[in-house]
Ligand binder design. Structure first.
Ligand code: PLP
Length: 434
């Protein structure tokens, strides 16, 4: 399997090159040169397979030129060591909980998979790799945790001072070892700009192998397919019985998560429709309505992990659908919701179903409700992408109740923050070069 740059299809890379580079030399996103189909027999026996066995069949074709089967198995055993339950709210709606990992967000899956891959590659190269990442919140914690203790990989995380939640700050500043945090006097955009400048700075790149760990990296993006298969495994008996069609509603920001689910469908996973649910950042819902893709400045909302005005992974979704709006709309819809609608949904989910959803999951729920109005014979799964305590203030205020903080978080909150402060690019450069 080769990966090609969507912008220049003649630029090809192996899985290893695509993971180390992150992005193609022309700044295009890498995309697999074909999407393999899984055997019908795989879906027939899926209930008897363990998560790692499912992961092996799904990920093997994408990695087999580079990773041996036993390497991939080891990686998957590390990545999939927590649960992905589907919690049923009604006979036709379930929540796929992706927050049982170490940092309580779905990004743990991709971050861990990528960390394990890079660890392996650096071992074989014997040259250390430096991962540089800017975070507005969830990514930093997942990357810090995923890469902790991975030999041959140094991680530098930049975050905007005072603009991440206290829990998020502790998650990315307290680990130590090969993880270092830089507290930037500026915004998330400033952090991202500094990272981009470093990638183009020859003084740095002559000395260091730099890579980024953001969601466009194929090693973060593709393993997100796995939990769609695991959800199908869990639901298969009831789907077989009810005869309902399976649909997924995915709260979307950069559109990596939903795009992975759509790759799973291309491989044969029986899903009839994907719903992208967004907050007020509605570039994709507008595109579906008007047929024109118009990037916007991002708008701040209570579901802030999805405040994205120009979602990077959407080009992959277009690529998958031959860049044809008419092909895409057959199996994909997109809806946008306001903060007021999100809060109302959080209250309705609590009152009617006794379930606590945080803002991102609530938007996924709303997308499902909208779609199911016209498609009653479906079983809809919305993805609950983070634990409610990660958005503690808004959840407690909206629901008028106090949440119990999980032990993992209580522990992290008691640890000492360690971060170096920087205020400009020179600060970052000195830090990397020292
Ligand atoms: C990152 C994130 C999202 C958005 O996922 P994309 O793959 O960027 O669409 C949704 N919810 C939460 C909690 C996140 O952290």
């Amino acid at each position: 399997m080769k990966y090609f740059s969507i912008d220049t299809p003649s630029l090809k890379a192996s899985f290893k090159e695509a993971v180390i580079k992150g992005i193609a030399p022309d700044k295009g996103l890498y995309y697999p040169d074909h999407i393999p189909s899984l055997d019908a027999s795989f879906f027939e026996r899926i209930e008897s397979l363990s998560p790692v066995e499912i992961g092996l069949e799904v990920m093997r074709p994408f990695t087999k030129d580079i990773l041996s089967k036993s390497d991939l198995k080891k990686i998957l055993e590390t990545v999939l060591d927590f649960d992905f339950p589907v919690v049923s709210l009604t006979e036709s709606v379930g929540s796929l909980e992706l927050f049982h990992g170490p940092t309580l967000a779905f990004k743990d899956v991709g971050a861990r998979f990528m960390a394990q891959c890079l660890g392996l590659f650096s071992e074989k190269n014997q040259a250390p790799i430096t991962v540089l990442v800017a975070t507005s919140g969830d990514t930093g914690g997942a990357v810090a945790n995923g890469f902790l203790g991975v030999e041959g990989v140094e991680v530098v995380i930049l975050y905007p001072s005072g603009k991440v939640s206290p829990i998020q700050e502790k998650q990315l500043t307290t680990l130590g070892q090969n993880i270092r945090a830089l507290e930037v006097d500026g915004t998330f955009d400033d952090c991202q700009k500094m990272v981009k400048t470093a990638f183009l700075d020859k003084d740095i790149t002559d000395h260091k192998q730099l890579t980024s760990a953001n969601s466009i990296n194929v090693a973060r993006w593709l393993p997100q397919m796995l939990y769609y298969f695991l959800a199908y495994k869990a639901l298969k008996p009831s789907l077989d019985k009810s005869g309902k069609e399976l649909v997924f509603s995915v709260p979307s920001g950069n559109f990596g998560n939903i795009c992975a689910g759509m790759v799973a469908r291309e491989m044969g996973l029986p899903v009839t429709h994907f719903i992208a649910a967004t907050n007020a950042n509605k570039v994709v819902p507008n595109f579906m309505k008007q047929g024109k893709y118009q990037p916007e400045k991002s708008i701040a909302t209570i579901s802030n992990a999805m405040d994205v005005g120009d979602p990077s992974n959407f080009v992959r979704i277009l690529q998958m659908n031959q860049n044809e709006h008419s092909i895409l709309e057959k199996g994909f819809s997109a809806f946008s919701f306001t903060d007021a609608e999100t809060k109302e949904a959080m209250r309705a989910i609590a009152q009617e179903h006794g379930y606590t959803a945080e803002p991102h999951g609530a938007i996924g729920y709303l997308g499902l409700v909208e779609y199911q109005k016209d498609h009653p014979n479906t079983y809809g799964v919305f993805l609950e992408t983070a634990h409610p305590v990660k958005f503690l203030e808004v959840v407690e205020e909206t629901l008028g109740k106090t949440l119990t903080i999980p032990k993992k978080i209580v522990e992290v909150l008691s640890k000492q923050k360690q971060a170096s402060k920087i205020s400009n690019y020179e600060g970052l450069k000195d830090f990397i070069m020292q």
